[in-house]
Design a protein around this ligand. Structure first.
Ligand code: AMP
Ligand code: MG
Length: 412
């Protein structure tokens, strides 16, 4: 049986990065840039004021204070968006608002709070220092500068910066379409009668949710019964997808036909069975250049296998550099039984006590129960060669959240 790290490596070796598409910047949120982005102009475009106040020549008010105020003649105003067109001379001031352009001749802004207005004059009660409260043209970004590199992830600040730079469209990596086929004679879909001996097909939905969560596009192929003709026909429906996921039918039961059917339609098996619990019977191969994942049928095994193999693969296809979940250090809050031979991924909750982060099992680890996934903050990574695992042992936890369940309260 293949160790999980090697299996993950074998998967990633087969995964191509997809091509580019051109998107409006807001639609590019969460995507990865497939181009460098150069600034086409300075930001700010010109010198402007960071405060409401008066702009002036610093030498006129050098050393001003309450017992030594300086009077200047107010000769106009420079609100944001409507520049003062004249040239400011010594002894003059121009009323200026935040974002207003600094007129020719001025070099410094004094805050309105440090002045008193007397008719056409302003009295400066303070010396704010040369150039104070002036935001210089190009101070944030210089025209021609490379602001983003190919491979950068686009979050809200990047969207804002692209807008600031005047870019409406950018090239990003495409999103893969992921075909999802559930298999099993016992499965009924949500709109079918639920009779004795049947099982509601949940994998189609949990896997589609995981696909969407990665930023990829699910394509449901419905449920195939455990016969080769139906499996073959439905797999054909999935051929337009970039990735094919099946669940169920990859174990060694009499009706586990998925691996053989995939091979028959041309899949090259790269590996079958991984030394992990849950998720052992996973099969991975390629159909042409298309990656195919035959995930185990048990709902938790399917989800955990997706986390270890499919998620990093989809992220790689979309050009992401960070393919893996955060890995946290934690201390075991209890003994955990681990059988030899396989790496165990134990669903766990995290909690903090006296500054130490502890991991505790969510209880039953039956791979049929989604309950333990619903409760989990993460997965304990327990390599078999390190058994036994005792309370107090230092372990690693694969963290499955994007927020922090350990400190849900506000930071302030
Ligand atoms: P299999 O790998 O086909 O033997 O399936 C293992 C277990 O997972 C069986 O108990 C199946 O009923 C269950 N199972 C398989 N596929 C699904 C599915 N799509 N939704 C929910 N349970 C499933
Ligand atoms: Mg089955």
């Amino acid at each position: 049986m293949l160790p999980i790290g090697e299996a993950q490596q074998k998967v990633l070796e087969e995964i191509p990065v997809l091509g580019r598409e051109r998107l409006f910047i807001l639609e590019a949120l969460g995507r990865v840039l497939a181009q460098d982005v150069e600034a086409v102009r300075d930001v700010p475009a010109a010198d402007n004021s960071a405060m409401d106040g008066y702009c002036l020549q610093h030498k006129d008010i050098a050393g001003a204070n309450l017992s030594n105020p300086v009077r200047l003649k107010v000769v106009g105003e420079s609100p944001a968006g409507k520049p003062f067109t004249g040239t400011l001379e010594s002894g003059q001031a121009v009323r200026i608002m935040t974002g207003g352009l600094i007129p020719n001749g001025a070099d410094t802004v004094i805050m309105v709070e440090d002045t008193e207005r007397e008719g056409d004059f302003v009295v400066c009660l303070n010396d704010p220092g040369f150039n104070s409260h002036v935001r210089f043209g190009g101070e944030y970004v210089r025209a021609g500068e490379t602001v983003f590199k190919c491979g950068d992830l686009i979050g809200p600040p990047e969207v804002g910066m692209l807008a600031t730079l005047g870019h409406a469209y950018v090239y990003v990596y495409q999103r893969p379409v992921v075909a999802i086929l559930s298999t099993g004679d016992e499965l009924v879909d949500l709109d079918e009668p639920f009779t004795n001996g049947k099982v509601v097909c949940s994998n189609t939905y949990s896997l589609a949710a995981q696909v969407i969560d990665c930023g990829a596009i699910p394509l449901s192929l419905g449920i195939a019964s455990d016969n080769i003709d139906d499996l073959r026909a439905r797999l054909r429906d999935g051929l337009r997808a970039d990735v094919i996921l099946t669940s169920g039918g990859v174990s060694v039961g009499k009706y586990d036909l998925v691996k053989d059917t995939l091979t028959e339609v041309g899949m090259k098996v790269k590996f079958w069975k991984v030394a992990m619990k849950p998720g052992k019977p996973l099969v991975f191969g390629t159909l042409g250049t298309k990656p195919v994942f035959g995930l185990p049928g048990n709902p938790t095994s399917a989800m955990i296998s997706f986390e270890q193999f499919v998620r990093p693969a989809l992220l790689k296809m979309m050009g992401r550099k960070n393919l893996f979940r955060p890995l946290l250090d934690a201390e075991l809050a209890q003994d955990v039984k681990v059988s030899p031979g396989r790496l165990h991924l134990v669903r766990c909750k995290l909690f903090e006590k006296d500054g130490i982060r502890f991991a505790v099992s969510t209880g039953t680890q039956s791979s049929g129960s989604l309950r333990s996934m619903v409760m989990a903050d993460g997965l304990m990574i327990l390599p078999a060669e390190k058994i036994p695992f005792k309370a107090g042992d230092k372990i690693k936890v694969q963290f499955l959240h994007t927020d922090n369940p350990l400190s849900p309260e506000s930071h302030y």
